[in-house]
Design a protein around this ligand. Sequence first.
Ligand code: DNO
Length: 362
Amino acid sequence: MDMTLRWFGTGYDSVTLEQIRQIPGVKGVISTLYDSKPGEVWEVEKIRALKKEVEDAGLALMGIESVNIHDAIKAATPERDQYIDNYIQTLINLGEEGIHLVCYNFMPVFDWTRSDLAKERADGSTVLSYDQELIDTIDPGNMMESIDEKANGFILPGWEPDRMAKIKELFQMYQDVNEEVLFENLKYFLERIMPTCEKYDIKMAIHPDDPAWSVFGLSRIMTSKEKLLRLVNMVDSPCNGVTLCTGSLASNPEHDIPDIIRSLKGKIFFAHVRNVIHHEAGKFDEAAHLSSDGSLDMFEIMKALYDIGFDGVIRPDHGRAIWGEVAMPGYGLYDRALGAAYLNGLWESIVKMSKSCIQTEL
Ligand code: DNO
C-alpha cells in the first residue's frame, strides 16, 4: 500500500511538497495539470516538469487525479471521437513518462456536489456537508456561485469556471442522456482507450459519483456496488477498475463499504479513505477520519482492503478545516496529515495482527 496526499500543484494549492514530505509514511502525491481543460492533449513537457518538481522534493508522482473527460464523450455528441483521440494521446504522453494510474469520473455536468463547504461543528472546525433539501432550493445555474462563495479563493476540482459559464448548454447536452445511455457512452470510451492503457500499463480508476444519486435531474451511474461491478465487467481489461472512495459511496447510508471492497477484489486501483456522519436520508456531514468521529468503521474498511490484498495507491480524503488553516475546502494540510497517520496506524496494526495470527496457528 502506498500512502499519498492529493496535491494540486504550485500556485493552486496552499500545501507545499516540503510539508507533504514531512508527514510520516507519505511516499508520494497524486496530482494533475490543474490548468488543463477537459479535452486538451497534455503536453509531455508539462507532465515531465510536474514529475520533476515532485521528485526534486523527495516524493514520487504516483498517479493523476484527474484527467477529466470532455462532456462530448459523456454525452456522445458528434465530436466525441476527436476528444477520445485527444484523451488517448494524453494517456500515451503519461505512459511515456511512467505514470500508471489515472483517476477519472463520468458524472454529467457537475463533479462532486455539496450544499456547504464550511459547516461549523461544535469543536470549531468546519467541514463540507450535503443537505438535499438545501440543494433542491438552488437553481443549478447558480450552483457555481454558491460553491465559489466558500471556496477561500481556490478553484475547486471539477468546478472549472469556464465550463460552469456554459451551464445551460451543458444541461441541454445531457437532456436525453439517461442511465443506460451513459453506461453505453462509458463503455464506448473505455473500449477505445483500453488498448493504450494496456500497452503502457495505465490503470484507469473510475471515481464513484458523489453523492451517490442523481442531482439536479442529471443521470448518475457510479452509485452502488452493483453498478461498479457492471462497469468492471462490461469492459474486460486488467486496466479497467475503480477508485474506492469511501466517502462518496457512504453518502448513501445503506451501502456496506467493507462488502463493496470485498466484491471488487482485484479491481480497486486507488483508495480514497474518509469518514462521514449520516443524519437523515439525503443529509450528511464530512468528519475527521477517526471511526468514533463519524458513521463509518474505518478499521473494518482498512481490514477489508487488507483482506483482498490491496496493494495500490491510497490517500486520506477530505479533511476538516482546523487550527485556523485557510485552504481549499477539504484539502488543507493538517486534518489530512492526521488522517494519513491514522490510516497508516490502522494498517500497521492489521498487518501485525494478521501475521501474529498466522504464527499462532502454525
Ligand atoms: C473531490 C474529488 C473529486 C474527484 C473526481 C475524480 O474532492 O473527490 O473531484 O477527484 O471526481 O475525477
